[in-house]
Ligand binder design. Structure first.
Ligand code: C2O
Ligand code: CU
Length: 479
């Protein structure tokens, strides 16, 4: 009897010890259903101090500055950054909070900050001269607005966009919904981008390749995840992760695939989708966001895997002869307990009424300008010659965007979310709020938009920023 009792105490003790993390060989630790502590340390994002103790206000200082950042080991690169890091700091608040940004431009060029996807008042949208001029070197500007919608967003300049983004100016912004269900998985905010640097770690010029570079859209030679080349996530097999993905590249499409793993898309640009949808590949065009759930597993007998970039054919040889490349690596460090089933996700998302919507026809066009330089445009004219689309306040419009090109274009509208009606005649399977939509080669997309509030001049453009700079931009005048 006494012996049995002792044995019991001993086994209880060893259980306690193994739970405390002892790595004794015969310990049998209770499997975790969460990723281990520090699992995403290699992709940790810079943060910034909240200067306001009010829990409903996020107030920060952001300075655009030239800083040295190590992307390639031992070869630091002089980048243009927000607060010295790549990407800029993660701004995170909850829906309904106010964001106050004291911005300082310490760059040698004028700049501005555009809050991509956020329904801000027109004068906070960061487009130069709408109505505030670009922020000159050495000057400051205070942005202040309420965050009206939960979701994943980002911020970037709207002056010389291709050059300034390509040199490092972009950062993530997450607006949380406090009523969101629990159990969506361990979260990582992943800013995907790329950068063009030479063997000495120097940034390559932003106009390389001339007109052909512009036409193709300039992709960098290093793909980055939160500023890192091929970072590793230290994970448990089958543990649930939630990725908030932002494509901050100026031209590159990110199509990701992970062997043995699917992506369950739960949200897009403007927060949650109507319902989740599972796909084998995750496609995020420049400026789009995707909110996805995944439970990565290695192949039998392996303890590593990777999320690979798979060339997406966006026309004219863009996928030709381009091998897959690792973007994110997984190191599997144990087996997770089977996660509880994904909570029921459903968002009531009423369709915009298009019965009496005014039709707007847009063609994405290309021409050789007066100077002999390549010009891209809308309806045959570049942005600097374009007439505005008019929208009386409260009007519903049905936009038809035709692509006359051999290249895809990610079409972005400022200030308003829209609802995709169809792409080449096919309605989307799931309704979402969208601000950036891919218009395929020689294709046609239709979307519905309601200019329900916030009058002003709002921009729309291709988010291949070389295309935008070459003239593929326009304005909606909401009044
Ligand atoms: Cu990311 Cu004009 O936008
Ligand atoms: Cu384009």
């Amino acid at each position: 009897m006494r012996f049995e009792k002792l044995a019991l105490v001993a086994s209880a003790l060893s259980a306690v010890l193994s739970c405390a993390g002892c790595s004794s060989a015969d310990a049998d630790p209770k499997p975790l259903d969460h990723e281990p502590a520090g699992w995403a340390d290699e992709v940790v994002l810079p943060t910034v101090e909240d200067l306001d103790s009010d829990p409903n206000i996020l107030e920060v200082n952001i300075e655009a500055q030239v800083s040295s950042v190590e992307i390639v080991k031992g070869k630091p690169t002089e980048l243009w950054t927000y607060n010295g890091g790549l990407p800029g700091p993660l701004l995170r608040a909850k829906v309904g909070d106010r964001l106050v940004v004291h911005f300082k431009n310490s760059l040698p060029q004028p700049t501005s900050v555009h809050w991509h996807g956020l329904r801000v008042p027109n004068d906070q949208d960061g487009v130069p001269d709408m109505p505030y001029p670009a922020i000159a070197p050495g000057e400051t500007f205070d942005y202040s607005f309420v965050l009206p919608d939960a979701g994943t967003y980002w911020y970037h300049p709207h002056v010389n966009s291709a050059e300034q983004l390509g040199d490092g100016l972009y950062g993530p912004l997450v607006v949380d919904d406090p009523n969101e269900p629990m159990g969506l998985g361990d979260e990582a905010v992943l800013v995907l981008s790329d950068i063009a640097i030479d063997d000495n770690g120097k940034l390559m010029p932003s106009d390389g390749g001339g007109d052909f570079g512009t036409l193709f859209g300039r992709e960098g030679n290093y793909m980055l995840v939160n500023g890192k080349v091929q970072p590793t996530l230290h994970v448990l097999t089958g543990a649930r992760q939630r990725w908030r993905v932002i494509n901050a590249a100026k031209a590159r499409y990110f199509q990701l695939a992970i062997p043995n793993t699917t992506f369950t898309r739960i949200g897009g640009d403007g927060g949650m989708s109507e319902r989740p949808m599972t796909e084998d590949r995750l496609l995020v065009t420049p400026a789009q966001r995707a909110d996805v759930i995944l439970e990565p597993r290695p192949a039998m007998g392996q303890n590593i895997a990777s999320a690979r970039w798979v060339a997406y054919d966006r026309g004219f040889g863009t996928a030709f002869n381009r091998p897959d490349e690792d973007v994110i690596r997984f190191s599997f460090e144990g087996e997770a307990a089977k996660p509880a089933p994904l909570p029921e996700l459903h968002r009531e998302l009423a369709p915009i009424d298009i019965a009496n919507a005014r039709p707007i026809d847009i063609s994405l066009t290309i021409a050789t300008g007066d100077t002999g330089r390549l010009e891209m445009g809308i309806n045959g004219v570049p942005s600097w010659k374009a007439e505005h689309v008019m929208a009386p306040l409260g009007e519903h419009q049905l936009w038809t965007v035709k692509n006359t090109f051999e290249f895809d274009h990610p079409f972005h509208m400022h200030g308003y979310f829209f609802q995709v009606v169809d792409v080449n005649g096919v309605a989307p399977a799931v309704r979402e709020w969208t601000d950036t939509l891919n218009v395929p080669v020689n294709g046609v997309v239709r979307f519905a938009v309601s200019f329900d509030d916030r009058p002003g001049m709002w921009m729309f453009h291709c988010h291949i920023l070389d295309h935008a700079d070459a003239g593929m931009m326009g304005m909606v005048h909401v009044q």
